[in-house]
Ligand binder design. Structure first.
Ligand code: HAM
Length: 434
């Protein structure tokens, strides 16, 4: 019978790599908590209309990439392609935006029917942040400085660049859009097919085109900066001033237009040249109009999301992952004979209690001594603790180094505790501080 495989573009994260995810999530969550952000947990399924009304009908995401189906009651529902829309929906639904500000984060899978390749999947995970009720550029700066701190903590800071832009007010953008269409229409035939389609639906996204000829044409197009409204210009200057003062470097890139319709004013992307085509590891911006667009009161808002797979690929690429990241078991404890099982179990419990952070796997399943030792090796542990009749009688433990040389020593309980504490310290702090 043919075996069923995973759906294309929806990779499994197997034990062995899940430690990498935990490494990133632990650090991200610690920073978010440290900055006073609170977690919101949102459903993966939403009414389809939510995304059509927020991300935008003419965007690639809504037009081509959503997993949409009719449920058993006849409602059209969609696996969320992103988290911002659902977060706004939830905040409105529960009155979280009424006379108060919010700093929120969420993590979880998103779904887009894109062409899978390295760094691009159909199910991928984001850690996202959304802030509501703050009008000025201080919160934009806070978000960006917070992400910069995360890159430092993860050891990838030197491999990422912050690209900033402002999309201005909706009115400024509408005026610019008109001017751009007027300028591009006589040159329509020279644009690539995708850009020709965008000229009618979403002309600003033509700046995103990777086609050289199109890029050449738009390089001479009217500049948005000539249409930018004074309020947005002051907001942008304010943000740049705060980033300068904080020592966060950036490049202003007028080509950043983002693939979702809800943005206003500040937009930003953290990019890297180490991952090929899928180089945006984190992206976001302001969306001051979205809450009202979804039926709420006008509420200033700003946020970002990072793609966990991409950040992990980058950390791996630059060698930022800790040496022992893939070691999920420190110690494998086995008795040579089932007669000593109870003693082994009792020892395992007291070692776990006395060495905080120790990851100790206990041998189960019986077998000959040789089989037990083979299992110890396969567990990935650094050392095996072996309990035989003589050790039980003497109150000692045999310690076998599984990775380095395989030598075996007999230790007292005190000496063992000291060694195990050192083993945990090396893993958690890292030899080189990683
Ligand atoms: P986005 O730019 O569509 O923005 O996605 C954010 C990040 O998710 C990207 O920069 C990338 O790292 C990752 N990502 C997107 N698509 C894929 C994919 N197919 N495979 C792997 N990673 C991917 C948003 O989703 C907005 N909701 C961000 C935001 C929050 N803006 C304001 N608040």
């Amino acid at each position: 019978m043919k075996k069923i495989q995973s759906v294309r573009g929806m990779p499994d994260v197997l034990p062995g790599s899940s430690a990498r995810w935990q490494w990133l999530e632990t650090r991200a969550k610690a920073i978010l908590a440290g900055w006073g952000y609170r977690e919101i947990r949102l459903p993966v399924l939403e009414h389809t209309g939510l995304f059509a009304r927020s991300v935008g009908e003419s965007t690639d995401i809504v037009a081509k990439e959503m997993y949409t189906f009719t449920d058993r009651s006849g409602d059209s529902v969609t696996l969320r392609p992103e988290g911002t829309a659902g977060c706004v929906r939830a905040c409105e639904e529960h009155g979280l935006l009424y006379n108060q500000t919010q700093r929120l984060w969420y993590a979880g899978p998103m779904f887009r029917y894109e062409r899978p390749q390295k760094g691009r999947y159909r199910q991928f995970e984001q850690i996202g942040v959304e802030c509501f009720g703050f009008e000025g550029p201080d919160i934009d700066a806070e978000l960006i400085i917070m992400t910069a701190e995360l890159w430092r903590t993860l050891g990838v800071a030197d491999a990422v660049t912050l690209e900033l832009n402002t999309l201005g007010s909706p009115e400024a953008r509408a005026a610019y859009r008109e001017a751009l269409v007027e300028w591009l229409t006589p040159r329509r035939e020279e644009l690539d097919a995708d850009s020709q389609r965008r000229l009618l639906q979403n002309p600003l996204r033509i700046f995103d085109s990777k086609v050289a000829k199109t890029q050449e044409i738009v390089a001479d197009a009217p500049s948005f900066m000539d249409y930018l409204d004074a309020g947005s210009a002051a907001h942008f200057d304010g943000l740049k001033g705060l980033l300068d003062a904080a020592g966060v470097r950036y490049v202003v890139n007028p080509r950043i237009v983002r693939g979702l319709d809800y943005y206003t004013r500040t937009v930003f992307e953290w990019t890297t040249d180490r991952l090929g085509a899928q180089g945006t590891v984190c992206a976001g911006g302001r969306y001051d109009g979205l809450v009202a667009q979804l039926g709420g009161r006008t509420t200033p808002a700003v946020g970002f999301a990072m793609g966990i797979e991409r950040v992990l690929l980058l950390a791996d690429e630059v060698g930022a992952l800790p040496d022992h990241i893939d070691r999920e078991v420190d110690v494998y404890l086995l008795s040579l004979d089932d007669a000593d099982l109870a003693a082994a179990l009792s020892l395992s419990r007291s070692l776990r209690a006395e060495v905080p952070g120790l990851r100790l796997q206990m041998h189960c399943g019986g077998g000959k001594p040789k089989t037990r030792l083979k299992r110890a090796d396969a567990s990935g542990a650094e050392v095996a603790l072996i309990l035989g009749e003589s050790e039980v009688a003497a109150g000692t433990i045999a310690v076998k180094a599984l990775r380095a040389g395989g030598d075996q020593r007999t230790l007292t309980r005190e000496a063992l505790l000291e060694e195990l504490r050192a083993l945990v310290a090396v893993r958690t702090e890292g030899r080189d501080g990683k």
